[in-house]
Each structure stands twice: as C-alpha cells, then as structure tokens.
Write a protein that binds this ligand. Structure first.
Ligand code: CA
Length: 368
C-alpha cells in the first residue's frame, strides 16, 4: 500500500513520446501502461484534469493498489511541462511581501494600498512563457530608466519570486470559495522570475508587463490537493471581513514550507502558512466577474514572504533592494548574475506525522 504524495507529471524515456506518470519514491510509474488508459498516453495532464474530482479520486485510489507497476528510475527519465497552461494569473497574497514592496517603493505612504485587504490583488500574465523546472532562463532585455533617460539593454536587477501555483482541472465562472476542490486539481512550486529595473519603469499605471513575462518556471510535479489534507489550516483572521463572495467555511490556508537556494546556498525559508488570501478566495475573485476559468489555467499565489528576514521570498526583499546584500560564494550579492542557479523547493505535513515532498523548481541564468 503506497502512502505518498503521488504527484503527477509528464515524462519520456529515450526517444519515446512524452506521457503521464506518477512519482513513487525514486521512480516514475507509467500510468498508461499500468492502468491501460489512453488518457495517460498524452503529452499533458489536461485531458485527465478535465475529467474532474471523482475521477481524480478513483485514479489515486487505483494507484495505491498497484502491486508492481511498470516503473522507470527517476534518473532515467526526462520531465516535461506537465500542463498545457491555458491562462496564467499571478496574485499578491502575502501581507509581508506586499508591505515590504510598499515600504521599498512608497516609503512616505502606508505600506498597503487601500484595496489590498478587500480583494486578492492580481494580474494576468503570459501563459506561453511558463516553462518546466530546469529550463535555462535568458536574461531579459528591456527599457531601463537612467538619469539620462531610458536606455534599452539587459536587466541588471534580475530577481526571483518563490510562489505556490494552483492548477485548474475543471473550469467554471463565479466559483464560490467552498467549491475550490471541485475545480482545482493540485499545486506546483513556482519561480516568477522578475526583472526589477524593467518592472519599476514600466509598471505605472497598468501593473507588471515585460519585467515578468519573459519566463515563469514551475516544478515538473503537480501535487494533488488530495495529498495536502494534513497541510490544510485556517487562514489568518481577515480584517475587515471580506465581501460575501469571498467568504467560505472550508479552511484553505496551507502549511507548506519553502526553501530558496542560491547557487546551492540556502538563503531563505518562506512559510506559506501566513498567506492572507487563500487560493479558494483567489479563484473566487478570479471568476467573480463571470469570466470562466478553464482546464489548464494556472494561478500563482504571489511571492511567499514571512516576517523574518530569512523568510523573504524575493532577493529584492532579502537584500532590501540591494542595501543589505547577502554573501553568496564569498561575495556580497543582491541580484542574479549570469550562470547563477536558483532552486525553490517545498514540503508539507503528510499523513501520520510524515512530510511530503512537493518537488522543486530550478533554473539557471544565461547571458542576454
Ligand atoms: Ca509574482
């Protein structure tokens, strides 16, 4: 009997076509072969995701009953983008992160803008540049403000954002918070690469654009919500009470711990547990105007930052916009250099006091 997270991904062996697998310990179970179901012979999870929560539960149960399923060692497989991403949205749900950015960029006003406690602030991103962990990221070019006016060139302030992403299985409009698990299949670890110099010049007044859209990396494994029962906690108290469409009885806070490593050196441990807005509220807000979510939609939480310095989920915050560099490989550093590699990993409480591994998202910076 298997009691593990059983995350889903898309893998290939040798030159064979990519298909759906489930990770069990250090192996990948070939689901199409194990279950004789063509839905798993496809190069993305989308067709399975669209089948809905009853089917997800049935398959999870069948996997735990497999005796000696056809399995490949993890070291022998190539992992691919698990989902054909339909629409991509990024939120801003950490009060610590939003407050830190307010302090850094608007030092003479309140850290949070007036709307922040009333709605989960977000923006629509670029689905086509979501890439799987391990994909190298080319340093983006863009307009950079200088004292002599804007110039065009490679970003000098390339950063990361440690986030949790949510994968929509079944679409729909005006999804109430308590229907979250009817629609969302599972979670991925996200790195929302961010070019701070491009971002700070372009973002007024319409928000993030080219400083974000060059690449967003996700873990190859999608951990089903069904594996996160032991991680579910109440969200922090919201004051003021959100409007009725953002209220729900189900606890969708998540006790997930992140680690951020910069060239192999652990620099931060952001805790997801303190996030102000839950993913159920994010989905409710995302669909509240009648715009339907679709199978394969990805929405991310926004940077996960805790109250302590070593819990900040971006280098912008960790180094306080370069004022307090961190030592990486013996050198004071604030932003990413060419050749740098960042790995963001996450774990959560599992059944019976165990911990489950949500996998990692890794990326290396190539020169512009
Ligand atoms: Ca972000």
């Amino acid at each position: 009997m298997i009691t593990e997270a059983l995350p889903y991904g898309v893998f290939s062996v040798g030159g064979a076509a990519p298909r759906v697998g489930v990770r069990v310990r250090d192996g990948v179970v070939d689901l199409a072969a194990a279950l004789g179901d063509e839905v798993f012979a496809r190069p993305t999870l989308n067709a399975f995701l669209a089948q809905g929560p009853r089917r997800w539960a049935e398959i999870r149960s069948r996997i735990t009953e497999l005796d000696t399923p056809p399995t490949y060692p993890l070291t022998d497989v190539a992992l691919h983008l698990p989902v054909e991403v339909a629409d991509y949205v990024d939120f801003y749900a950490s009060e610590e992160h939003a407050s830190n950015l307010g302090r850094l960029f608007r030092p003479n006003s309140a850290p949070l803008l007036p709307n922040w406690r009333h709605l989960p602030v977000g923006y629509h991103g670029r689905a086509g540049t979501v890439v799987v962990s391990g994909t190298e990221v080319v340093r983006p070019c863009g307009q950079l403000a200088t004292s002599e006016g804007p110039v065009f060139g490679p970003s000098r302030r390339l950063d990361i954002e440690a986030e949790l992403g949510f994968v929509v299985g079944v679409g729909g409009a005006r999804i109430p918070p308590d229907a979250f698990a009817e629609h969302v299949f599972g979670v991925v670890v996200v790195n929302d690469w961010s070019a701070r110099d491009i971002q700070s010049w372009e973002y007024v007044p319409l928000g993030p654009f080219l400083g974000k859209s060059f690449a967003t990396s996700i873990s190859p494994w999608v951990t089903p919500l069904a594996a996160l029962d032991a991680a579910r906690i109440a969200a922090p108290t919201r004051d003021p009470e959100p409007l009725p469409y953002l209220r729900g009885a189900e606890p969708w806070g998540l006790d997930i711990d992140f680690t951020v490593s910069w060239n192999g050196q652990l620099v931060s441990r952001p805790p997801y547990a303190g996030m102000y807005w839950t993913p159920a509220q994010m989905l409710a807000h995302l669909t509240a105007n009648g715009a339907a979510a679709r199978t394969g939609d990805l929405f991310a939480s926004g940077t996960v930052s805790g109250p302590a310095r070593d819990q900040r989920g971006s280098f912008l915050e960790l180094t306080w916009n370069g004022a307090e560099p961190v030592e990486i490989g013996g050198e004071p550093r604030s932003f990413l250099a060419d050749g740098d590699e960042v790995t963001i990993a996450a774990t959560a409480p599992g059944p019976d006091g165990t911990r489950i591994d949500l996998g990692e998202v890794r990326g290396r910076i190539l020169p512009a």
